[in-house]
Design a protein around this ligand. Structure first.
Ligand SMILES: Cc1cc2nc3c(=O)[nH]c(=O)nc-3n(C[C@H](O)[C@H](O)[C@H](O)COP(=O)(O)OP(=O)(O)OC[C@H]3O[C@@H](n4cnc5c(N)ncnc54)[C@H](O)[C@@H]3O)c2cc1C
Length: 420
């Protein structure tokens, strides 16, 4: 049996859901095909189950936070942007709240409420939703100009096809990279895929010994360094030491640069550095440390510094600088104090990679954007074929930027299928 639709969307993540709604609300008979039993599996676990659905900042800020080709979104934004997302969710009965850095969440803190907006809308618009249906292959008939979507159960025909199958990260949510194969079949280039927003690995003895495991540093500046020791990127946020390396927001944001430096430097071991006091220059910090030590001359250094840094980290610094643990302020040599302050501003260590693409929050790389029309998300190589979401070569930092990109490109792709 074959059923015909004006538009078929493959993939029921945020991008495919939005594409389906945009297509159906503009009059196309629409079918959404999803391999899982449930739609939006990744959306449900997003934002720690709270779904950071978008970000309430100006375009320039959004683009800045999408280091993987964010500029491509300027064009789609002129049709549907972050404000349209907020308006869409809220006008469908789910109020949003703004948290730090413009991050938008449902007031209820439940991603399910966001998903329900999409589910209700699909049903209101009579979108035919085929769950537990995996698309195995796609055929295009150049005579009838129709797509044949083949699944185990049956095949479906459509005039316009939107592929929104996501990346390769967290495959248990259904994002297993099927779309790359479909895109390649139509002649599209897939740029190199790599893990982004992923914890970083290190075989430094202080990591392997677990001495800092669980220690979190607030508001530090974390950098990835080039061959010459110069920062290629710095992120001022929180970070966390783990039993395998580092994690937390600053580390996640730096992760793709570790991957890229490994390629560039043609070596596994990459240097990173932490500035523990990014808001103070070395002179200011020296003054503060000098005063602290002077006020507590008879105290052990490790105790004097406790007011500005966690004890476990001070211990590590003292070991690294070969300062005797029993040293009091009175006995601290001036050169050791200088080294100490320098190390607080530049604590360098080696990392040797990141966790895998499957463990990553986001997949970097994807369908080459030069082959996609930014105004419509239509393929420049194949008529009436559209791509949206993480499948494209667009990747952002955490903070609502990836779902924003998925929803914006999804909307424009779905809407564009109704224009011709
Ligand atoms: C743990 C976690 C938390 C995150 N939190 C946030 C956050 O708070 N904010 C944010 O902006 N981003 C977040 N992200 C990233 C964000 O969730 C993704 O970028 C976004 O879901 C991508 O949307 P998408 O629709 O393109 O793809 P996906 O959400 O991956 O959806 C693709 C869908 O296609 C289906 N599919 C695949 N192949 C086939 C096939 N052959 N046939 C049928 N169906 C198929 C899949 O089952 C899946 O449902 C998070 C990611 C993770 C892993």
């Amino acid at each position: 049996m074959t059923t015909h639709f004006d538009t078929i969307i493959i993939g029921g993540g945020p991008s495919g859901l939005m594409a389906s709604i945009a297509s159906a609300s503009n009059g196309n008979s629409t079918c959404l095909i999803e391999k899982n039993k449930q739609l939006g599996k990744k959306l449900l676990i997003s934002g720690g189950g709270r779904c950071n659905v978008t970000n309430n900042v100006p375009y320039e800020e959004i683009i800045k936070h999408i280091p993987g080709n964010g500029k491509f979104l300027y064009s789609p934004f002129s049709i549907f942007d972050n404000q349209s997302i907020i308006e869409f969710i809220e006008s469908n009965g789910v109020p949003l709240k703004e948290e730090d850095h413009g991050r938008m969440f449902p007031v209820t803190d439940k991603s399910k409420d966001i998903l329900n907006v999409f589910l209700n809308k699909l049903s209101e618009l009579n979108v035919s939703v085929q769950t537990e249906t995996t698309v195995n292959s796609i055929e295009y008939d150049s005579e009838t100009k129709l797509y044949n979507i083949i699944t185990k159960q049956q095949s479906y025909q459509c005039t316009h096809l939107v592929i929104s199958t996501g990346g390769k990260s967290v495959p248990k949510t259904g994002s297993t990279g099927d779309g790359y194969k479909f895109a390649a079949q139509f002649g599209h280039t897939i740029t190199e895929l790599f893990p982004t927003e992923v914890p970083i690995l290190s075989d430094e003895p202080f990591i392997q010994s677990n001495e800092l495991k669980g220690l979190s540093l607030k508001g530090i500046a974390l950098s990835v360094l080039d061959k010459k020791g110069k920062p290629v990127i710095t992120h001022e946020m929180d970070m966390l030491f783990t039993h395998f390396g580092i994690s937390g927001p600053a580390a996640l944001r730096c992760s793709q640069f570790v991957y890229k430096q490994q390629k560039k430097q043609k070596t596994k071991q990459i240097k990173m550095a932490i500035d523990l006091f990014p808001n103070k220059n070395e002179t200011e910090l020296m003054k503060e440390v000098t005063n602290l030590i002077a006020e507590n001359k008879n105290k052990l250094i490790i105790n004097s510094l406790k007011s500005i840094l966690q004890e476990r980290f001070i211990q590590l610094l003292i070991d690294r600088l070969n300062i005797d643990i029993e040293t009091t302020g009175h006995h601290l040599k001036n050169e050791d104090k200088i080294h100490l302050v320098k190390t607080l501003k530049h604590f360098s260590f080696s990392v040797n990679g990141t966790k895998s693409i499957e463990d990553a929050f986001v997949t970097g790389g994807g369908i080459k954007l030069k082959e996609i029309n930014p105004k419509t998300l239509e393929s420049k190589l194949q008529n009436n074929l559209y791509f949206s979401g993480e499948l494209l070569d667009i990747h952002g930092y955490t903070g609502g930027y990836n779902i924003t990109s998925a929803l914006v490109t999804g909307y424009v792709a779905g809407y564009s299928t109704t224009l011709k």
